[in-house]
Structures are given as structure tokens and as C-alpha cells.
Design a protein around this ligand. Sequence first.
Ligand code: UGA
Length: 421
Amino acid sequence: MRVCVIGGGYVGLVTGSCLAELGHNVVIIDIDEKKVLSINEGKPPLFEAGLEEIVKKHIGKNLSATCSFFPVKDAELTMICVGTPPDNSGNADLHYVRSASESVGRALRNQDKKHYVVVKSTVPPGTTDGLVRETVLSEAGRGNIAFGMNPEFLREGRAVWDFFHPDRIVIGCHEQDLFDCMKRLYQGIEAPVIQVLPTEAEMIKYVSNAFLATKISFSNEIGNICKRMGIDVYRVMEGVGLDRRIGKEFFNAGVGFGGSCFPKDVMALARFAEGMGVEPCILKSVLSVNEDQPGKMISLLEKRVGGLHGKRIAVLGLAFKDNTDDIRESRAIPVIRMLRERGAHVAAYDPLAIPAMKEVFPDIDYGTTPEAVLEGADACLILTEWPEFSRLDKEFDLMNNRVIIEGRRVLKTHGYEGICW
Ligand code: UGA
């Protein structure tokens, strides 16, 4: 199938490359020339396990990138995979979706051949049937175009694996032929495929992320209660999660969730609800529990070491989770900010995310090894679930004072204290 993917960012590049691996002819269209150049050179502009191999294998064959929307005209299907960042008030900013829709519409002007436009970006319910449909059709003139919504459920760091092993494929559409086209697109992937309306598909994406975020905040709240009582929340949630109706995933209590999706999507869904006069009590609480966890870690630290002024605090983990260099909404950001406000001397280490964090905090100390930051430290905070931290043990002997506060439950060493266990 000839497919155009609009947007060579995280979702577009992974989706386009994996569709090429499935045997389709894929053109990735992005307005950023540098990105296009690097994709065409076989060097993905972002790190994602397994992605480079796939791009290298197909580039120049059934995968290419361009800044021109011209290839849309000859494609059967166009997938819109552009970003929907939050605007100043937390709503999803749809201006990239609008401009992509305009360009797709212009490329399809006066075209009679059937074309499918499918939105993959996370967008508020009603966007595909409203903004996208209206914009494309008004630019295209009267065309033979059908519209659909196919949310992505890829996790950063595991996106290629997730693409080929999804729990489900959700296709929101009004026409049977679009549904059949999407089934052909994903042929070879074993997963239940469900057909819903575009608004339902848009909602499924938001609700999935909101529910996962809710599980985390719920677990953190229970953790905060358990901590007071000397109960281990991990053992509690293990017992709770064995109930198949509940499930054990996403119950890891700690310093809270970050990343480019959960905070933004929960906020956008809450704003969307408020815009309609529905009070999103649970969604707001999910965010407020998450906002409070970093402060809880600092309070615990102050309880253990006293005033932080002039103290050397080692921070292990800067990325918002393991296996990525992404620091967007990382809980390390508010933690480091609070440490600095209290006059602490921060020494930080992360296997991948130091360059990114240097942009936010250029003047804290960064170490190239855990030992370098632990040496002489008055306390250590664990903020990312990097598996390599589980091997740390003797390294903590380099500290002035062995106060270790764990925000992720990844350590195997003795004598640390969990933020909420
Ligand atoms: C998330 C979803 O898991 C994907 O299904 C979805 O497609 C994606 O958002 C998206 O909307 O694009 P991602 O943000 O890559 O994926 O990361 P997750 O692995 O879900 O972790 C998010 C945050 O939650 C991390 O900061 C992680 O440390 C934290 N977390 C996760 C916990 O604090 N506890 C847990 O039990 C699990």
C-alpha cells in the first residue's frame, strides 16, 4: 500500500518505519529539512530501540522522507502524526493538525481517486470529524476522501516492539472501506481489531492514558498512607493487582509520572471536560497527587539530613523513565529545582539524559558515573528506574552520609528508604 505519514517525529517516524517493515511503500513528510535529511541518510533523529536498523534496511527502497506534500496525491492513505502540545491553559494545541490538514487537502485538490486520511495524533474527541475533515475538504474541493482515527499506544523506549505487539488496534471510522483498508495496512500483526466511531477512537486514546496515570497516582496515594503506617505499598499492590479485574501493571509507587503524554493528556482531557461544564474531579486529583510527590521526597530528605543549605545531594536519574534521553516533565526537574531553592549543591548522573538536562539546569554538577556524584554526598535521591541502578551497592560507601531515598524501587542494596514505602 502507498502510505504518506505526515510528521517525522516520534510517532510518525516509528509508525512510518514499521509500516515499511510490514512491506508498505511509505513516504514520511515533515517540514523540518534537517529531520528529512537525517532520515534519508538512515540516521533517525531520535533514539528508539531497533528503529535505526529498520530505517537503514528500508530507506531508499520502500521508505523515504521529504518536505513536499506532493506524494500524498499518489498515495492511498495519509496518516497525520503531528504533535499536539499543550497550549498555555493545558488544552491540546491543534495548530500543527490544522496546517497538516491544509497541506494534505491542497495536495488532493481536484483528485477523483479515493483517498483515506487517518489521524494518529492524540486529539480531542470531535477533531477528526470536525477540524480535520472540514479543513481537508475545504482545501481539496469536492473529493473522494474518507476520514478515520487510529490512535497509537506506543511507549517511548519500547515503541518498535509495541508497534508489532499491540494489545489492540483501534480504528475509528464511518465507512467500511476505510476499516478494510486499515486492516490491510496492519496485516501481519496479531491483535484484536476494533471498529468504533472516530470520536470514540479519540476518546479511547485519552482514556487509556488517563486510566494508566490514575493507577499510578492511586498507588502513590496508597503509598503515602502506607508509609505513615510502616506498610510496604509494593507488597500491598502486588496482592491487589493479582485480582484480574484490577491487574498488576502501572502500580509502581514513587516520585510520580512524567513524559510527553500522561501529564499533557490528563490535563487536556480535564480541560476538555471543563469546557463542556463537566467537573473532572478524578482527573484533577490524578494530576495533583503527581505534582505533590516530588515535594514529599524533599520533605523526607529534610527529615533525614536537616537543612539542605550547602549539602551535597546526589541525584541518580534525570530521564522521565529508563531507556530514554527524554526529560520532558521528568520528576527530576521539580526535585532539582526545590533542592536548589533550598541552597543544596546538586550533583546529577543519568546514563543518557545529561545533555538534555544541561539545557534546563546548566550550572549544576554532572558526573559521568554514579561514583562521581556519590563521592562526598550527604544524601542520594533515585529518580529514574534505570535497571543499571539496581547493581549499585559499594558505590554508596563513597557518600559522606549513607542517606538514600528511593523514588522508583529499583535498588537492590541495603539501607535505603522508599519515598512511599
Ligand atoms: C505512555 C503510555 O504508556 C503509552 O501506551 C502511550 O502510547 C504513550 O504514553 C503516548 O501517549 O504516546 P510513555 O509516556 O512512553 O507511554 O511512558 P510510560 O512507560 O507509560 O511511563 C510514563 C511515566 O509513568 C514514567 O515517568 C514512569 O516512570 C511512570 N510510571 C510508570 C510510574 O511512576 N509507575 C508505574 O507503575 C508506571
